[in-house]
Each structure stands twice: as structure tokens, then as C-alpha cells.
Design a protein around this ligand. Structure first.
Ligand code: PBG
Length: 340
């Protein structure tokens, strides 16, 4: 006890860096972006300053910006030119997501991991994540499963390296695994949005992806923010159905879930710092109330501390730049003063 033990002894100079337990690395980052089939030019999302919707013609450029910074993976969201009740523009060979995947894979091959968001909400005119029965106003779980299988196969055919189902339908991982395997894609991993909460923090995303819903909300399929134990059951099912990588979404308000899922399953785990988390930091920074860089760095290192292996963040490019600059500084700091 004090005065023998003084925690401050290790908080000085170079030693502080040597005893640091966690770090965000560029290799942990996944850069999400939106490809808009009707856009002719890139345009900024109003509620997410700095985040663009990219036209198909610039999809490769969007990916290149991440690739050039050393980011290993991108997550693609398609915004189709047509939407209908059944989301038929989600699985055509030449639909927006498939076209974007094809172009990006043609350019980067195995040097960039292409992950695809696999859901119906961007492709249905009602904005729900599944097939809707309008009489009962229900998102019909089991009718949605074969459609998700079809989308998965279309993404894999176009060259997607990983599919990431985000619709929170029961049984979706098994349905997608079977569909992929039947079509020769048994090597394509599934990154499941395994504990995805019905969160208000997705608000700005719905501007970005035009995926607001016309009735109800998503609380009948996404998880109740009040529940923690339920995340374990949700995730366990996905694991048993064949999920290869797990995910917790949103990030910062759910770090207890990140911790529990990592401890319980010891599987690769991604955390999604969602649109609302990004927008909050941006807005506070624009007002001069928070230091933006320090804020997203701290948020992301906290995700790593909680147990995340990978971080999906709209700040991926900014993070990569800062981390590169820090590395540069570290290299210099380790050159003895006399030799600098
Ligand atoms: C699609 C999907 C959503 C997000 C990722 N995939 C929207 C939703 O579930 O309503 C949200 C991402 C974000 O807020 O950044 N189902």
C-alpha cells in the first residue's frame, strides 16, 4: 500500500508507452461507404459531415482512398435506383452492390477485403429489413430467409470476400450458409451482425442510405437496448448456425456487450461505431466542445480494450492518417538524440 505502491511510477515518458495494454492499429479498421446507383457525382450526407455517397463510377476511388492508407477492408452499402416491396434490386447480377463489388475486386484483387452489408432495408420501398405482410404489418421472418440466401450468393458471385447479414432475422445465418455452400461458396465467411440493437444511433445512416421505414420501427427484430443476457443467446445461435465473425452494434454505448461477447465466445469480434456515434463527435467538434481526433481515438481504443478485434468506423481514413503520423513520431522518438 501507499507509499510503497505508487501507480504514477509507470505513467512517465517512454515507459508509459511500454506498459500500454491496448492500441488501435490500421489493420483493425474497416471502412464503410455508400454507393449510390443514381448519383452522377459524390455528395455529402447532411447528417454525417465528411461522409460521402459515391456514384458507381467512383466506387473504385472510394475504396482506393482506404486502400492507400493501409486499411485492409471495406464494407459496402448499395443504394439502388429502384426499390420495391420485395427488394428485388438487392440480388441482380448488375445491381448496384454487385456492380460495385465487381469493379473494386477487378482493381484490387486480394489486396483489399470486400465485405458487403447483406440486408433488404436499402432495397425495399417500405424500408424494412425483410418481406412485409401488409395485412398484419409483420416482417415475415421465414419468407425473408431465402431472399437473404439469394443476396448472399449474388454478392459472392460478384466477388465479395465476406458477407455481413444485418437484418436480425431468426435463422438467417444458417439460411445464408446453406445457400452459399450450395453454390460453391463454402469458403466465403459470414460476419454476422450478431448483437444488433434497435438503436436511435442509426438515425443519420438512414439519411445516408435512404433506408427509413414507412411504418413501425425495427424493434420487432432488432434487440432491446435494455437487454444484455439476450445478446449471449442471440450470438450463441449465430455461432451454432455458422457465423465466422461476430459483431456488436452500436459501439460505445454497448461496450459491456462487447466485453461479454468476447469473454463468452472467444471468437473474432467486430464493433460498429455507427452513424450516430460519428455524428455526435462531429457535431461537438464543430462547436468546439470536443477535440475530434482525441475523441475518436479514445472511443476506438476503448472498443479494443473491451475486446474488439476489428472496428467498423466512418472515421477509418482519419484514424489511419493519425496512426501513421504517430508511428512516424514513435520511430523518431526511438532514434537517440545524438543520431537524429
Ligand atoms: C442495415 C444497416 C443499418 C446500419 C447498418 N446496416 C441500418 C439499420 O439497421 O437501421 C446502421 C449503420 C449506422 O448507423 O452507421 N440493416
Amino acid at each position: 500500500m501507499f507509499p510503497q505502491i505508487r501507480m504514477r511510477r509507470l505513467r512517465y515518458g517512454k515507459l508509459k508507452n511500454m506498459v500500454r495494454e491496448n492500441a488501435v492499429n490500421v489493420g483493425d479498421l474497416i471502412y464503410p461507404f455508400f454507393v449510390d446507383e443514381t448519383a452522377a457525382e459524390k455528395s455529402e450526407v447532411a447528417s454525417m459531415p465528411g461522409v460521402m455517397r459515391w456514384p458507381l463510377s467512383l466506387a473504385v476511388e472510394a475504396a482506393r482512398e482506404a486502400y492507400d492508407l493501409g486499411i485492409p477492408a471495406v464494407l459496402i452499402f448499395g443504394i439502388p435506383k429502384t426499390k420495391d416491396e420485395k427488394g428485388t434490386s438487392a440480388y441482380g447480377d448488375d445491381d448496384v452492390a454487385q456492380a460495385a463489388i465487381r469493379r473494386i475486386k477487378a482493381e484490387f484483387g486480394d489486396d483489399l477485403i470486400v465485405i458487403t452489408d447483406l440486408c433488404l432495408c436499402e432495397y425495399t420501398d417500405h424500408g424494412h429489413c425483410g418481406i412485409v405482410d401488409f395485412e398484419t404489418r409483420d416482417v415475415v421472418n421465414d419468407q425473408t430467409l431465402p431472399v437473404l440466401g439469394k443476396i448472399a450468393v449474388s454478392h459472392a458471385k460478384a466477388g465479395a470476400d465476406i458477407v455481413a447479414p444485418s437484418g436480425m432475422m431468426d435463422g438467417m445465418i444458417e439460411a445464408i450458409r446453406l445457400a452459399l455452400d450450395e453454390n460453391g461458396f463454402e469458403k466465403t465467411p459470414i460476419m454476422s451482425y450478431s448483437s444488433k440493437y434497435a438503436s436511435v444511433f442509426y438515425g443519420p445512416f438512414r439519411d445516408a442510405a435512404d433506408s427509413g421505414f414507412c411504418f413501425g420501427d425495427r424493434s420487432e427484430y432488432q434487440m432491446d437496448p435494455a437487454n444484455g443476457d439476450e445478446a449471449i443467446r442471440e450470438t450463441e445461435l449465430d455461432v451454432l448456425e455458422g457465423a465466422d465473425i461476430l459483431m456488436v452494434k452500436p459501439g460505445m454505448p454497448y461496450l459491456d456487450i462487447v466485453y461479454r461477447i468476447k469473454q463468452e465466445f472467444k471468437m473474432p469480434l467486430a464493433v460498429y461505431q455507427v452513424s450516430g456515434e460519428y455524428a455526435m463527435i462531429k457535431a461537438a467538434a464543430e462547436k468546439g466542445w470536443l477535440d475530434e481526433e482525441k475523441c475518436f481515438l479514445e472511443a476506438c481504443v476503448s472498443m479494443k480494450r473491451a475486446g474488439a478485434d476489428m472496428i467498423i468506423t466512418y472515421y477509418a481514413k482519419e484514424l489511419a492518417k493519425i496512426l501513421a503520423a504517430k508511428d512516424q513520431k514513435k520511430v523518431l522518438a526511438n532514434v537517440p538524440k545524438s543520431k537524429r
